[in-house]
Design a protein around this ligand. Structure first.
Ligand SMILES: *Cc1c(COP(=O)(O)O)cnc(C)c1O
Length: 424
């Protein structure tokens, strides 16, 4: 153990548990060896990972800084105060709660703060790009609340704003929710604010996917418009796997009580420290350049795939992700995912709006550029990536031994060798 021990020691793990140490190494090898295009993933910095692997994981700190149920919290209080102050400054928010364990936990707390069981919520439907926690029948949110869903317009494939307004006036929801996990376009927050005000509803934005682009000042922020904004910290934002909530002063007490003690127990102080590190990273010029590049790369990738007949829904993207309709190339989402996987390209099948296929087959794929941009790739590389995906999808096979898969896999290796993940 060196003098600089802070809680993490790979050699100790390797000698005690070579099986798990092996998983850590082979996962790093997987990250380094292929193309990571899952739109909800990123590669957080060694600084963030260091805070995560620290002794702060040991500390019980139920409550909030200065008001804990346990002794010995002076040090973790410093970490949480830094995370709160940095988060508020980054987003220009009145209040930040940095304790949610994940995006779903953050959303649970928002429900707890504003809704009673049986109350009505208006949110985007899952098959049109929403999220399970937005009132899906298989989620607590759909079991305990009356969720009414809006979708996208059949022609534009973007949010059907007229439908939002009509459903809001018809159902008078207590909360209107904007955001989702497969929305390639910017959301008109001012429109939602106006509709919410007209019916006296709370306006909630689930910014899990795009909050990193907001942090990097690359797209407009929902914070000036929404009563409450929940988000994950591990997607484009590039922090630890976790969640957070920002809200107006009026809702501070309701949100804090809903996170703890209503929904959670002890906060994960190692993760909160890692969030503080991440918020500091996001305030740099370097991160702002990153966020802008993520969007430029996503636009280039969407166009490149479109040129191969893999049609981007809505005609493209304004964000880090695009959703593609595979029907023109006569391949299903599930087959495309398997063929890409065999070629060293990780992406996911995804339902497209008005998808004729079942969700486990799907007619689309979703791609995002957060990881490849972290690795330093630019627009020129996105053209290459589009070509590789198109070859794998249209000529490939789910068998990694197949000639095309092997050929594409070789080209993927050449590319990622020039832009390594976690360079040594
Ligand atoms: C990813 C995501 C979540 C859930 O986050 P977890 O950390 O996986 O619980 C919630 N809402 C949206 C819109 C998301 O994209």
């Amino acid at each position: 153990m060196s003098d600089t021990f802070y809680g993490s020691d790979f050699d100790a793990l390797e000698s005690f548990d070579p099986e798990i140490a092996g998983v850590l190494l082979s996962e790093l090898g997987r990250l380094r060896g292929g193309l990571q295009l899952i739109a909800s993933e990123n590669m957080s910095s060694p600084a963030v990972l260091t805070a995560l692997g620290s002794t702060l994981s040991n500390k019980y700190a139920e409550g909030y800084p200065g008001r804990r149920y346990y002794g010995g919290c002076a040090e973790v209080d410093k970490a949480e105060n830094l995370a709160i102050e940095r988060c508020k400054a980054l987003f220009g928010a009145d209040h930040a709660n940095v304790q949610p364990h994940s995006g779903a936990s953050a959303n649970q707390a928002v429900y707890g703060a504003f809704l009673q069981p049986g109350d009505t919520l208006l949110a985007m439907s899952l098959p049109h790009g929403g999220h399970l926690t937005h009132g899906s029948k298989v989620s607590f949110s759909g079991k305990w609340f009356n969720a009414v869903h809006y979708g996208v317009d059949k022609d534009t494939e973007d949010i059907d704003y007229e439908q939002v307004e009509r459903l809001a006036k018809e159902h008078r929801p207590k909360v209107i929710l904007a955001g989702g996990s497969a929305i390639p376009r910017l959301i008109d927050f001012a429109f939602f604010r106006r509709v919410a005000d007209e019916i006296g509803a709370i306006f909630w934005v689930d910014a899990a996917h795009f909050i990193g682009l907001v942090a990097g000042q690359a797209i407009p922020s929902p914070v000036p418009y929404a009563d409450v904004v929940s988000f994950t910290t591990h997607k484009v934002l590039r922090g630890p796997r976790s969640g957070a909530i920002v809200c107006t002063e009026a809702h501070r007490a309701a949100i804090d009580k809903a996170v703890f003690p209503m929904m959670q127990g002890g906060p994960q102080m190692h993760s909160i420290a890692a969030k503080a590190v991440n918020f500091k990273e996001c305030a740099t010029a370097e991160y702002q350049a990153y966020a802008a590049q993520v969007i430029a790369n996503a636009a280039a990738l969407a166009k490149g795939l479109g040129d191969h007949g893999i049609r981007p829904t809505t005609g493209g993207t304004d964000t880090h992700l695009s959703l593609h309709d595979l029907q023109p190339v006569l391949v299903t989402g599930v087959d495309a995912e398997a063929r890409c996987d065999a070629a060293g390209i990780t992406l996911n099948k995804n339902a497209i709006p008005f998808d004729p296929q079942k969700p486990n087959i799907a007619s689309g794929i979703r791609v995002g550029t957060a990881c490849v941009t972290t690795q330093g790739m630019g627009i020129a590389e996105m053209q290459v990536v589009a070509d590789l995906i198109a070859t794998a999808v249209t000529k490939g096979d789910a068998d990694p031994g197949h000639r095309v898969s092997t050929e594409v896999r070789g080209q993927v290796s050449d590319l990622v060798r020039r832009f390594p993940a976690y360079p040594r």
